[in-house]
Design a protein around this ligand. Sequence first.
Ligand SMILES: *Cc1c(COP(=O)(O)O)cnc(C)c1O
Length: 307
Amino acid sequence: MSLHITTPLLSSRPLSLLAGREVLLKMEALQPPGSFKIRGIGLACETYQRQGAQRFVSSSGGNAGLAVAWAGRHLGVAVTVVVPETTSLRAQELLRQEQAEVIVYGSSWQEANQYARSLLGARDAFLHPFDDPLLWQGHASMIDEVAQSGIKPDAVVLSVGGGGLLAGVVAGLQRNGWRDVPVLAVETTGAASFHAAQAAGHSVELAEINSIASSLGAKRVCDQALRCASEHPIESLLVSDLAAVSACERFLDDHRVLVEPACGASLALVYEAHPQIAAYQKLLVIVCGGATSSVEQLQKTAAALRG
Ligand SMILES: *Cc1c(COP(=O)(O)O)cnc(C)c1O
């Protein structure tokens, strides 16, 4: 038995009517720990346990850390998550609910990550949030499920942070013989590390992240994301923070599911009628999720962005 669930594939009536084309939703927000991350991290945790790991260590205060904590609790493996002081109390509380040991260290993710790695002993496994082939293999299962449903989309819309979701979806498309299905890879303008890498032809490190979509805030994408771009049709697209947040609000009304701005970025392509979707009749949007989001936070962020 795997640690993730088979998620619903919905044909969205409101989004299809709005876009004038069929919009399918892969509802990864319904995964028990709140995002698609459990697919890849679940597979990685099972693999590392089989190889003898007695503790999982993560430095993510977001969906990756939550997936590790959830996996550890279900596999009976201790979990330590080191997060920087900037991590919200709500995120820390969610990690503790999953029985993870939470260590608050440093003022930036870099410091927390360095400390987490310094803790690693011989029987510990470090779980990277996006740069691990096991993650991509695990994430690919969401495309296997779409293929098994007998529905073939014209294009897949997804959000890009460090590129693990992108690498997983491309792996899934390829292993199902769907090399002709392009990926629309969406980022917010202040977290456009994949966009910058594609423009440069090699991975580049952004000087800073300036976006409220915190799960997209990797300054550099993994090399695999660029390898994917060289072997698969991928279009890199950008949306504003406000478009991403507005999409979250509208999606909550349309489908009664709360997602975070990182996920709203993908939904914004449809809600904002981005010209790039005009070429496709059947769009599959990966509704990637967001466990730490709350209605109050969404409203506050929206109010701040609207001034
Ligand atoms: C992790 C995450 C992303 C970005 O995934 P990457 O693998 O880092 O590209 C997007 N949305 C949500 C909700 C996430 O948890």
